[in-house]
Design a protein around this ligand. Sequence first.
Ligand SMILES: Nc1ncnc2c1ncn2[C@@H]1O[C@H](COP(=O)(O)OP(=O)(O)O)[C@@H](O)[C@H]1O
Ligand SMILES: [Mg+2]
Length: 338
Amino acid sequence: MIELTAVRTDGWRRPIEGADPTTIATVAPGTDPALIGEGSEGSALGSGSLASLPKQDPTLPPGYYPLKTLGEPVILTSHVTKNYSIVGRSEPVRALIDIDLSPDSEFYPIRKGEFVMLRGPSGGGKTSLLNVLGTLDRPSSGRVEILGDVITSASPDNFLSALRLRKIGFVFQTFNLLANLSAKENVALPMSLLGKLNAKERDERAKKLLDMVGLRDRVEHLPSELSGGEQQRVAIARALANDPPLLLLDEPTGDLDTRHTIRIMDLLMRLNREHGTTLLMVTHHPDLECYADRVLFVRDGELVMQAVNRHQRCLDEVAYGRYVAERERKAGQPQGRG
Ligand SMILES: Nc1ncnc2c1ncn2[C@@H]1O[C@H](COP(=O)(O)OP(=O)(O)O)[C@@H](O)[C@H]1O
Ligand SMILES: [Mg+2]
């Protein structure tokens, strides 16, 4: 039986709607164990301190992680809405209708150390929600609480940007790297803004972070000299610059091939499991749901369903690559981008 089922706090459960059942079934235990990683060297990301996978439990099937204890609630929302006004249109776009991540809701708050994925159809409100939770945008109404700080439609810009700088790493769908700065300078920029490290320390940390995402030999490159996938990885390194307790990612593997997708996911798993970083990630990729503790489904501006994984799991880079190649061959069209 597929373990990734929708589980509500009242015990109601059913298989995830919209998830690709083939994929989930294929990575489920007993179906094809070769698809599940064992923390092999093949999954290592460069030689940085976060290079290898976190330790797994030898009593569980390969790729499975032990149950973990989550910490206190770090993201709570209460009746959050987001409307966008459009010039020449009287009716605003209602991107978020009523988002409640609260103890009173079946969608409980996001807790410290939780790895949450946001899934759902395009235009459903995932990016809008991530932007509001990442303090890039204010809710139109309602209340957001991030690591103890409260955000409403009236929160001033400087308050939001200070909160973001100290506590939140954000990986944008479109990277948003500064074109005239090298990879290393892009990564060092949030450190300069925070002002805790001197120039030498910033330089060393930026190089270490780039090494960690497998870009040791691209340190001096400008964004225009990097592929889409490499820019994405610079964006991830930059998001980690100030060691944020909360990392938000909008389609971080959207521009990566299978190999780099797995490497980035393994890195996120390590940050999550060993560093205790709380992760909130938007993805279109059903195969990646196994990495999460919880998957929230967003549709038409609402949370419509959640699924809970008892155990987080990782995919094996080589076996998964083979599986994807075979699936694409059968479908007759390649899907990965470089
Ligand atoms: N800046 C904006 N101005 C106007 N409408 C927007 C803006 N951003 C998003 N929308 C609209 O809000 C809805 C939700 O969009 P979005 O949050 O980007 O969804 P998703 O990330 O799930 O694809 C869509 O109808 C989209 O067209
Ligand atoms: Mg989006």
